[in-house]
Design a protein around this ligand. Structure first.
Ligand code: ZN
Length: 149
């Protein structure tokens, strides 16, 4: 399965869960894989950073991200790239042995491009959801999580 989650969640993933950063800049000391093709371009990041709202009620950011990134990618190619990070040849989207978790900074209920990625992968037949529950479900605030994007 393919999941999304965030760096702040201090989860120790099991060995069969491959962590992949999909942000423009992974956290300091990051030793996991990076997949930059899904990162929002710099200009978009700056624009989003300037907008204090933690939502995308009007779908503006979704469209911006789609136009800048997803519209230029093919979900099958992306999954094929991710597949290369796994040992073995079992298809990632069917595998019960290995999982990939795509990581960015924001908490599950806040605006983050990974939610668009998850929806896009799912719509293209590669089920993807937030690890530990749906992203839009309210979650308890974690005191030790710092905002970072
Ligand atoms: Zn993000």
């Amino acid at each position: 399965m393919i999941y999304t989650s965030y760096f702040g969640k201090r989860v120790k993933y099991q060995d069969n869960v491959i962590q992949v950063a999909i942000c423009a800049k992974p956290p300091k000391g990051w030793t996991g894989a990076c997949y930059k093709k899904l990162a929002p371009p710099y200009e978009l990041l700056m624009e989003w950073k300037a907008d204090p709202r933690k939502d995308d009620y009007f779908g503006v950011k979704r469209k911006q991200y789609y136009d800048a990134v997803l519209s230029k990618l093919n979900a099958r190619d992306v999954v094929r790239d991710l597949q290369r990070l796994l040992p073995g040849t079992e298809p990632l989207w069917l595998s019960k042995r290995y999982h990939i978790v795509l990581l960015c900074y924001e908490k599950p209920c806040d605006f983050c491009h990974r939610h668009f990625v998850a929806q896009w992968l799912s719509e293209n037949g590669y089920e993807c959801c937030e690890a530990g529950g749906l992203w839009h479900e309210p979650v308890e605030e974690e005191a030790d999580v710092t905002e970072n994007h």
